[in-house]
Write a protein that binds this ligand. Sequence first.
Ligand code: ADP
Ligand code: MG
Length: 309
Amino acid sequence: MSTTDDEFALIRRYFQRAAAPSSAVVVGNGDDAAIVATPPGQRVVVCTDMLVSGRHFAATAAAVDVGWKSLAVNVSDLLAMAAQPMGFTLALALPEVNPAWLEGFSEGLHACAEHYAMTLLGGDTTRGPLTISITALGWSAAAHPPPCRSHAREGDGVWVSGSLGRAAAALALGDAAPHTWREALYRPRPDPEAVRGVRPALHAMIDVSDGLSSDLGHICRASGLGAVVDAEALVGLEPLEHPQLSQDQRWHCRLHGGDDYVLLATAGPASTLDGWTRIGTLHAQPGLHLRWPNGQVSAIPSLGWNHFS
Ligand code: ADP
Ligand code: MG
């Protein structure tokens, strides 16, 4: 910022709100580094996600939504490793001090932090093209193996914790999209409860951020397997009924649409993940396929989001 006084005032004003006391935080925001105590029997889980203006969100996006989503996408990554969210740091590059933007951004960010009972442990603030980088911390019980992408087994059921395609449909439809779809796009709410009850049954898990074809593809490749997805189950999850969406567009949203931030997991054939929906099965034969109600099977092309493709 222009002077260091401005920088410190900005940090104090927007990012050093008194957080709800957390017994895990030994030293909080305001020193050179934060110190966190690990509860007995837990492991520390860490992830980082970066959001660049014009790349991950439109320069015109509402600041309050950007604030919410920049933390929510990290929560989604923590949950995908079966971690319970704990805290985060915030690295912020700002082209200018824009109080209206900072007000909205910090409001959305703190609202999301409160929703997940996460503490803002510290960060860094500098001048530069608008970029938000959050590193999030969580706890994961050491007693269970981590649900790595490579841990899926042949015969596993493929399960999802929520609906697929709403965020992509909202992006395609703009203001014409129903409220719940717009919420899915702008205020994703990955659900820690979805993981809690099913943890012992999990083999592999990933969050669906780049689209089903891309993210299920990651599990399949890492585990050396292929998947057959049940078309009817996908439609049942979310019919995506809307006069401005063709059948082709609906399928594109379900199979390749990003930004859903629901969880995709595999579990043994005898397991049922309560509250989740089974959408398919893993097989030794590689590749992703869709099975239609008439028994026909077609290949799913891999069209999910990739920043460098
Ligand atoms: P240092 O020069 O030691 O790196 P800084 O001046 O960058 O410290 O930051 C001062 C304090 O404010 C630190 O505790 C840091 O974690 C915190 N901080 C800086 N920027 C942010 C931010 N964007 N969000 C939250 N905390 C921040
Ligand atoms: Mg610093």
